[in-house]
Design a protein around this ligand. Structure first.
Ligand SMILES: Nc1ncnc2c1ncn2[C@@H]1O[C@H](COP(=O)(O)OP(=O)(O)OP(=O)(O)O)[C@@H](O)[C@H]1O
Length: 662
């Protein structure tokens, strides 16, 4: 499937880009200084779109599900991201062209060159080459040459491409050598891939002793506040926290506009669930009939991209999706995207390959949207298991656990550690907390061994990461380790986390493409762009146009915009000298769904015309009815077809109106 506009026309990206620039949806940051790759500023319509999308997100998730919203800092100390694994593993593979020094993202490079070869093969075989439906064109395109390939090689290339997200750096290096892949710019083979960490590093405060990073995701702040949030929630489980905020990634080669940038808005949910009992969700029955389009791991491993449409209830039952909570959120993500106006025929859920998953994930599905740059991941939905809470608890000694009352008490026998604070503190000084955390995190087998060492030698040695040479010697008067029996009335567990993670910029861009189309202008070849956003998402809801600059229209303009403002509906007055048709088409490009005209009849009977952006049809009625209609269209309680049944049609076409003006 190639990218088409809302009305099924092939999408002309150049026309769309020119329109987005002209209407200042977004623009490269620091442009008069030459710009910086991957940094964009949003203009007025872009800002309103972002706000409207996040407002709907807030209502759809936070309000609907009683989530606990937090706003955590962007600056994050090194220690936190070291513990979470980001310092060591949050990296992509990059290689360098030895001739021009160009830095290439290794997987994107391999993908681009192989795709170009396959395209060249098709050309040589005389097969009509369409834009491929499934290239993840996150990378620069390589030029194709019409050269026929061996059939077996074609199959190999296709299999490599289907699995491209599954390769690590060394494997990508082997593929580059095996297939003699060369940078089309220089004809050179790039260097072996090396790992490049994607976090922006800084120091917090004037001392270089406090390294830190700009957060690459909002999640860590939510995990670190887990115990306080649980208390805020009066111990109730399951519950979810949520956060909307900027994240930063030093992408190797940011391209494709908003799709791969270095600073972007994320909206993330961390849903904490008891791992026992199959991760059920009490609202799963509400969504089990929602049909989703799935591309599973096995299909990709077989080198294919076929999808299947399955109700989410069935998908969980057949273990395609691991558990109810994960399935619940996939369905909720689908419903959110549909609500804001994403074209559902350009939405699929793709399961991550084993090697593709982030270091913390046990299962992961991406909601991907089809754009002119191919299928793009816009929402990741990962089961992070108990990874994050466990590693932070182990590092800090904080109890990031849930204690729930047991119906029947249980007897537990196990090795317990007591620290003699008076001896322990002076002995390890500033490292006391680290050593104590390592002791508390030790396994039952380790504790037994330590207890025996204490008994036999009067001291025990424990491995402590980040302390001296990694070993701490503890004398027997500083700790006690005993095998004890106790009766427990509560159960203690570390919750698992299901994390839907939304990139708002990617969603915004895909939404623009999905809602863009053009219509011809009467009597000219000019194609006028239209953005058919649903009213709740549209940057401005109503355009108010007076027929001319006649002073007598002014009081009506003022009164109407004040009235709309008082009910929270954004409007814009265009009293420029352009024809009514021109003024409307300017606002069609901004996605404004409704237009009101004030004309001489308004002065006599306080009636207005109301125009629908998509059909350009109009109705006419007196003020109260027009405002009521606008309200119901903006809150989606009615459609334009409903309004047309209720209010009399106004036959004057836009062109006629412009003529009448003269
Ligand atoms: N560089 C970026 N620019 C814009 N949005 C991004 C970027 N990186 C991630 N996102 C958004 O954040 C969401 C969650 O991030 P996640 O870590 O799952 O992405 P990712 O798997 O690293 O993405 P990719 O594989 O495309 O780099 C993504 O679904 C995407 O919408």
């Amino acid at each position: 499937m190639s990218a088409t506009t809302l009305k099924g026309q092939p999408l002309d990206k150049a026309v769309l880009d020119a329109m987005l620039r002209r209407r200042m949806f977004y623009t490269p940051s620091f442009e008069i200084y030459g710009g910086v790759g991957g940094l964009y500023d949003f203009g007025p319509p872009g800002c309103s779109l972002l706000t409207n999308i996040t407002d709907i997100w807030r209502k759809h998730f936070i309000l609907e599900e009683d989530m606990l919203e937090v706003d955590c800092t962007v600056l994050t100390p090194h220690e936190v991201l070291k513990t979470s694994g980001h310092v060591d593993k949050f990296a992509d593979w990059m290689c360098k062209d030895p001739k021009n020094g160009e830095i290439l993202r290794a997987d994107h490079f391999v993908e681009a060159v192989l795709e170009a070869r396959l395209k060249g093969d098709k050309e040589a075989r005389g097969v009509k080459v369409e834009e491929k439906d499934d290239p993840k064109k996150k990378k620069k395109k390589a030029k194709s040459e019409a050269i026929k390939l061996d059939d077996a090689l074609v199959q190999e290339y296709e299999e490599v491409l289907a699995r491209i997200d599954n390769y690590g750096g060394p494997e990508l290096g082997e593929l580059i050598k095996k297939y003699d892949l060369r940078n089309p710019e220089t004809g050179e083979m790039p260097s072996d891939p090396v790992s490049f960490n994607l976090m922006f590093q800084t120091t917090i405060g004037p001392s270089s002793n406090s390294p830190g990073y700009l957060r690459p995701e909002t999640a860590q702040g939510q995990f670190l506040n887990f115990a306080k949030l649980l208390e805020f929630n009066q111990g109730g489980m399951p519950f979810a926290s949520a956060s909307i905020g900027k994240s930063y990634r030093n992408e190797i080669s940011p391209r494709a506009g908003l799709l791969r940038v270095r600073e972007f808005l994320m909206a993330e949910i961390e849903h904490f669930v008891d791992p026992q009992g199959g991760k059920k969700h009490h609202r799963f029955p509400d969504v089990e009939d929602v049909e989703l389009v799935f591309l599973d791991r096995e299909t990709q491993l077989a080198g294919k991209t076929e999808t299947r449409k399955v109700a989410v209830g069935e998908a969980v039952k057949s273990c395609l999706v691991d558990n109810e909570t994960l399935g619940y959120f996939l369905a909720r993500i689908h419903l959110f995207l549909a609500k804001i106006g994403v074209d559902q025929s350009k939405l699929r859920f793709r399961q991550h390959m084993q090697n593709e998953m982030a270091h913390y994930a046990v299962d992961c599905w991406d909601a991907e949207l089809l754009t002119t740059s191919g299928w793009i991941e816009c929402v990741g939905c990962a089961d992070r298991s108990a990874y994050d809470l466990n590693v932070h608890a182990k590092k800090t000694g904080a109890a990031l656990v849930v204690r729930s009352r047991l119906d029947e008490p249980i007897t537990i026998e196990e090795w317990e550690v007591d620290v003699e604070k008076k001896k322990f503190g002076p002995l390890f000084k500033k490292d006391a907390k680290t050593v104590e955390a390592a002791l508390m995190a030790s396994s039952q087998a380790d504790r037994e061994k330590l207890a025996n060492e204490l008994k036999d030698n009067g001291k025990a040695t424990i491995t402590v990461e980040g302390y001296g040479d990694g070993k701490a010697e503890i004398p027997s008067d500083a700790i006690r380790i005993e095998f004890r029996k106790r009766v427990e009335h509560t159960r203690e567990f570390t919750p698992n986390v299901i994390e839907p993670s939304f990139g708002i910029g990617r969603i915004l861009y895909a939404l623009i493409e999905h809602n863009f189309w053009t219509r011809g202008s009467e009597g000219t070849d000019e194609a006028r762009g239209v953005l058919s956003f649903p009213p709740p998402v549209a940057p401005t809801k109503v355009l108010i146009v007076p027929l001319s600059s006649n002073q007598s229209f002014k009081p009506h303009l003022k009164k109407l915009s004040q009235r709309l403002r008082s009910i929270g509906i954004s409007s814009r007055v265009d009293d420029s000298s352009a024809s009514i048709g021109k003024r409307y088409s300017r606002n069609d490009e901004l996605g404004t769904p409704l237009g009101i005209t004030i004309d001489f009849q308004t002065l006599q009977d306080n009636t207005f015309t109301l125009r629908d952006r998509d059909s350009t049809s109009q109705v006419r009625a007196e003020e109260d009815k027009i405002v009521e209609a606008i309200k119901s269209l903006v809150d989606s309680s009615k459609t334009w077809a409903d309004i047309q049944k209720e209010l009399p049609a106004f036959e004057g076409q836009e062109v006629d109106v412009a003529v009448r003006e003269k």
